[in-house]
Design a protein around this ligand. Structure first.
Ligand code: NAD
Ligand code: DAU
Length: 350
């Protein structure tokens, strides 16, 4: 029997918690979640799995070398899905060094410990780095798409730190034959996303009748993918991806920010029984994000052709599921907005 002991970093975050919810259902799989519980990490996201016998939570930092060494030894880690990161572009503009510390130093530390712990025995081992389409830079309006072969051109401290971490991971493959996988995904949306990101921010603000801040003219374009489809792609790559390869993941679902916010407004008006057009009145144009990338769009034909993955949800359905979730989980939203959720884990983990 081949047991896989998977270290998931950043598993208390938005995407990591969905990856864990899916992983714990797999046979012969133990999941060890290492998370520092920054403002973005929330153990309430993992309530549905916390008593599973194949799930363990460890509070800690990916920069902590001795903790990492201990974890690899104690849990006989054979696979790593590395999601822990500072993830918000606006925060990276205010505090770039934090992004360098977590995303670059943290990834380098984790890589180094995995390499020394596995001692050159790479059979059934893999270090899978979860990255972003933002490493490729910005596209003009039109039909161009980011491919796996597109040159890197990161333009924010966040995307530069993610690009650097991708390079480090790839360098371990080329230099040491270390077994790696990388995927670069477009914008995720769905349940449990911290309400600093555009979609949950708008849902939360519409609920509370607060302004919906649109940077610049709202013409910037993003490609949106439902979070469980991203997690499904991650599990597919983990299982069948070719070691050393990179896979782009996208929803083939481009929206300008203004159009996206208008659709959210419409959906919310219907759900809240508010008159049509009510929420759109909250739209407020504000100063543009510094260095705001114009357009991201992904060519995900490689993962589709080679691994047979495609998104399962239409955007309209994903958005309705998302809105329904936030309307139902008012306590989650209230706790996260007020910072109250910290008390949930502080009670347990100090
Ligand atoms: P998130 O901000 O919701 O979660 C990040 C998690 O990492 C949190 O639980 C946080 O506590 C943890 N963390 C931060 N610093 C840590 C440290 N030093 N040690 C241990 N844990 C730490 O992020 P997310 O949106 O779930 O993104 C997860 C990953 O996916 C990131 O690497 C991000 O770059 C990548 N990604 C995100 C998107 C997206 O749209 N959200 C798209 C593509 C790729
Ligand atoms: O493309 C993948 C990336 O998507 C991930 O790597 C990042 O971790 C994730 O945060 C996300 O980055 P974005 O910057 O695209 O996401 P955000 O939700 O912050 O912004 C989406 C778009 O909406 C972007 O063009 C900026 C704009 N925006 C954002 C906010 C928060 C606004 O107009 N107003 C806002 O208040």
């Amino acid at each position: 029997m081949n047991i896989q002991n998977i270290l998931v970093t950043g598993g208390a975050g938005f995407i990591g918690s969905e990856v864990i919810r899916q992983l714990v259902t797999l046979e012969n799989t133990n999941v060890i979640n290492l998370d520092k519980l920054t403002y973005a990490g929330n153990l309430e996201n993992l309530k549905s799995v916390e008593s599973n016998s194949n799930y363990t939570f460890v509070k800690g930092d990916i920069c902590d070398e001795s903790l990492l060494k201990e974890l690899f030894k104690t849990h006989k880690i054979s696979k790593v899905i590395h999601l822990a990161a500072e993830s918000h572009v606006d925060r990276s503009i205010n505090d770039p060094l934090l992004f360098v510390r977590t995303n670059l130093i943290g990834t380098a530390t984790l890589l180094n410990v995995a390499k020394s712990s596995w001692e050159g025995d790479y059979i059934n081992k893999v270090f899978y780095h979860i990255s972003t389409d933002e490493v490729y830079g910005s596209l003009n309006f039109g039909n161009d798409l980011f491919k796996e072969t597109t040159s890197y051109d990161p333009r924010s401290p966040y995307s530069a730190s993610k690009a650097g971490s991708d390079h480090l991971v790839r360098s371990f493959f080329h230099t040491y034959g270390f077994p790696i996988l990388i995927s670069n995904c477009s914008n995720n949306y769905g349940p449990y996303q911290f309400p600093e990101k555009l979609v949950p921010l708008c849902i939360n603000n519409i609920l509370n009748k607060k302004p919906l801040p649109i940077y610049g003219k709202g013409e910037n374009i993003r490609d949106w993918l439902y979070v469980s489809d991203h997690a499904d792609a991650i599990l597919t790559i983990l299982k069948n991806g070719q070691i050393g390869e990179t896979y782009n993941i996208g929803g083939n679902n481009e929206w300008s920010n203004l159009d996206l916010v208008k659709v959210i407004c419409k959906t919310m008006d219907l759900k809240l029984n508010r008159p049509e057009g009510d929420s759109e009145k909250l739209i407020t144009f504000v100063q543009d994000r510094a260095g705001h990338d114009l357009r991201y769009a992904i060519d995900s034909s490689k993962i589709q052709k080679e691994l047979g993955w495609t998104p399962s949800l239409q955007f309209e359905d994903g958005l309705k599921l998302t809105v329904d979730w936030y309307l139902q989980e008012t306590e989650w939203l209230r706790n996260v907005s007020s910072g109250e959720y910290k008390s949930y884990y502080k009670n347990q983990y100090g």
